[in-house]
Design a protein around this ligand. Sequence first.
Ligand code: FAD
Ligand code: 2HG
Ligand code: ZN
Length: 489
Amino acid sequence: MFAINSRSYLLPNVVMRMLFIRKISSSSSYITEFQSLLGNENVQTNDLDSFNQDWLKSHRGKSDIVLFPRNTNDVSNILGYCNQNNLKCVIQSGNTSLVCGATPWQNEIIISMKKLNKILSFDEITGVLHCESGCILQNLEEFVKQKQRLIPYDLGAKGSCMIGGNLATNAGGLRFIKFGPLHSNVLGLEIVMANGKILNLMNSMRKDNTGYHLRHLFIGSEGTLGIITKVSIICPMDYKFKKIFLVACENFNKLIELFQMVQEDFNENLSCFEMMDESSMNVVVENLRLPYPLSRSYPFYSLFELSANDELSLDQRFTKHYEKLVNKSIILDGTYANDSDSEKFHKLKSYRESISEGLRLDGCSYKYDVSLPLNVYYEVVNVMRKRLSSSLSSSNNVVRICGYGHMGDGNMHFNVTSKKFDQQILNQIEPFLYEFVAKNNGSISAEHGIGVKKRKFLHYSKSDEAIKLMQQMKQLFDPKSILNPHVLF
Ligand code: FAD
Ligand code: 2HG
Ligand code: ZN
């Protein structure tokens, strides 16, 4: 379980053998130690496949132990012990990371957050929810829905991802355009630091200007600075009526015009604006066997949601708007659903939300999650298509090249798939794509984070000075680098 020392290959065999013997004996001693700290039922040492394997099935770690803390004190005791004994850990919530951030890269101890799953309090007047960090997003959503509130973000992975994982990655998702990043909605956190000390940053006040805003450091820090154990988050009032629209356009410029017109006509009623190209739609139609949602296949689609309290006025406004879109040939076809028709509503949403799942069925996904200005937003897909088709032969087995994403936030999910992993395909994409993004002042990770997979490309989005400062912060918070040691840097 000790991290492999990068210089260990220099050691003579005999020393290596001694280290190996020490490792075995100390491994069993720390298992015993964890069992006495947490109870046998909260220490798992077999059937660890699902904990070692990332969601994309692109890497398998070699950990032989998963710990299940039940509360903040357990987390504190675990980290206190790990820090003292220099044991490396990886923090795992829903394990939906798309950048290998939540699974061991080598043989780190896995700390699963799934037992910290209590809702602690909810203030009916302010909408402030306090909960433990292992609460599953969908459970929180259902809880606050009963109070006519909503969680200010929404992800396709909501059935398994947890609020702590969402905060650690500063997840974006479908409602970002309306409610902004988690930084604007999270009021407080409780953190267990690498040395086991508990840092209480819980707070229910919207306004608090007493010194550095420390909680923001942990949001998006991908588990490298501390473990989030509790959260305080604002849940805005839910709208009484929601409508979801799926419309088709002839080309990407029409999608831009549509985005502009929807904003002009609906302003604050717009709660999501997503796009997908034909190839992305085909993923769900072919791999998940959903029927085409419109009368035929089209080059581009947008899925957008409008929310309001006055249904009649929303309907009237949309009827006028729809006529305008058709008359100006902005859209070619379309359909919609009210949230009162829950089945159709969720079915329409699933054309967008289940693309990742569909892509996974192709085999291997080469996944890119970038921010780009709208004038080059889809250009990246065109450029990469051209590059891949001219450089690769049919033996490279590319199944699909597609682009979809949170267009309203300038966030493109560019994906290539092949039946199995092919280094030549990867070499054609990286670092070329990151160079394109940097040249256009975008970000190489709009929402999924850097994890392990993208750490060598961090410099495309951050200056040397910024990376150095981040490393100094890591050194300050976690001097022995026991928390997610392979993530980010
Ligand atoms: P995990 O995957 O378990 O962990 C993610 C990272 O956070 C890891 O580095 C982990 O070590 C760290 N971490 C986890 N819990 C804690 C904690 N309590 N304290 C400190 N560090 C912690 N992302 C988006 O932004 N927008 C989307 O729309 C979106 N959609 C997705 C759809 C699908 C189908 C899938 C598979 C993934 C999607 N993701 C999306 C990516 C993923 O980042 C999010 O699903 C989610 O935020 C991860 O939460 P999780 O609980 O699974 O965390
Ligand atoms: C989404 O928006 C997720 O669906 C996943 O961020 C994107 O799988 C992807 O590329
Ligand atoms: Zn996304």
